[in-house]
Design a binder for this molecule. Structure first.
Ligand SMILES: [Fe+2]
Length: 297
């Protein structure tokens, strides 16, 4: 068996609005339009990812929150309806997905050997979280690749950003080792927004783009600073500024998703391909791909 590899890592934010605006057959509510900059960015990233040969999507989601250790989906197939708890008016999505259980088990074991608390989730009636579903849908709406879904153990909230970073880095390295041993080609998805202050009321028509903008200028400046680091491949600095970024921009990277993904890639000095930046109810979202072997032609 040849050595497995991570063919790409991606920042793949999961506002349900993006699925809503796309009107796929799986989603019940119907939109007129909306959030095109982000959706068209996702379309371009899809094309680049599709040009790569890969076997599995490995996604880390802030919305599967497990307070004792990191959990992994451990059932081969899930089918159910996912309803966003905050936006049930936008996201009522019928999903059917396959899980690469052997790879999930391998990452779970590697992470346990590295000293992390881990657990396989074996409940067949478990409802898969919408962060996992939205990111995977936006990257691969055909759902023809199996996934590995990894929870966020919220160590930022329970301990500190530093503890979160340490654990996310160990989990990323364990993920890379398990993928290498598996012989598979994986795409990693960090399912999170950047700045995450959002409006507390929704406009009458959610897709009314005349109402969409960043919550405040401070959030925007932080997002631009982070994107500049991404474009210049300053990965280590990107990780080092997380404590400040998280506390000042209330970011969704507090979940560990971004740190995990960059650690799995080996913190490369590698520029990310920024496909889009846009806001959703005031939060900052970037769609970015990192390609260790270069951006697909
Ligand atoms: Fe979220």
């Amino acid at each position: 068996m040849s050595e497995g590899t991570i063919v790409a890592g991606a920042l793949a934010p999961h506002p349900p609005h993006l699925v809503y605006a796309e009107n796929p057959p799986q989603n019940e509510p119907v939109a007129e339009c909306g959030w095109e900059t982000l959706r068209w960015g996702y379309e371009r990233m899809r094309r680049d990812l599709d040009a790569l040969a890969y076997d599995v999507l490995v996604v880390f989601s802030p919305h599967w929150q497990t307070y004792i250790g990191t959990h992994f989906l451990g059932v081969p197939h899930f089918q159910n309806k996912s309803v966003d708890p905050i936006f049930p008016n936008l996201f009522r999505y019928d999903y059917t997905l396959d899980v690469d259980v052997p790879l999930a088990e391998a990452i779970c074991e590697e992470a346990r050997d590295a000293g992390l608390v881990t657990k396989m989730m074996r409940n067949p009636d478990f409802r898969v979280d919408y962060g996992t579903i939205v990111s995977c849908h936006m990257v691969r709406p055909r759902w023809d690749k199996p996934i590995v879904s990894i929870s966020s153990c919220r160590s930022h909230a329970y301990y500190s950003t530093e503890v979160m970073q340490e654990q996310a880095i160990a989990l990323g390295q364990a993920t890379a080792r398990a993928i290498e041993r598996s012989g598979k080609r994986a795409v990693l998805l960090a399912s999170c927004s950047l700045s995450h202050r959002h409006f507390v009321t929704e406009s009458e028509l959610p897709e009314d783009m005349s109402k969409e903008h960043i919550t405040n200028h401070n959030q925007y400046l932080w997002d631009m600073r982070i994107i500049q680091m991404i474009k210049e491949g300053r990965t280590k600095e990107l990780i080092d500024v997380q404590p400040e970024f998280i506390s000042q921009a209330i970011t969704e990277t507090d979940s560990g998703a971004l740190t995990w993904m960059l650690a799995a890639l080996g913190m490369p000095q590698l520029a990310g391909e920024v496909y889009a930046y846009g806001t959703v109810i005031g939060t900052g979202n970037a769609v970015v791909g990192w390609y260790p072997k270069g951006v697909p032609a």
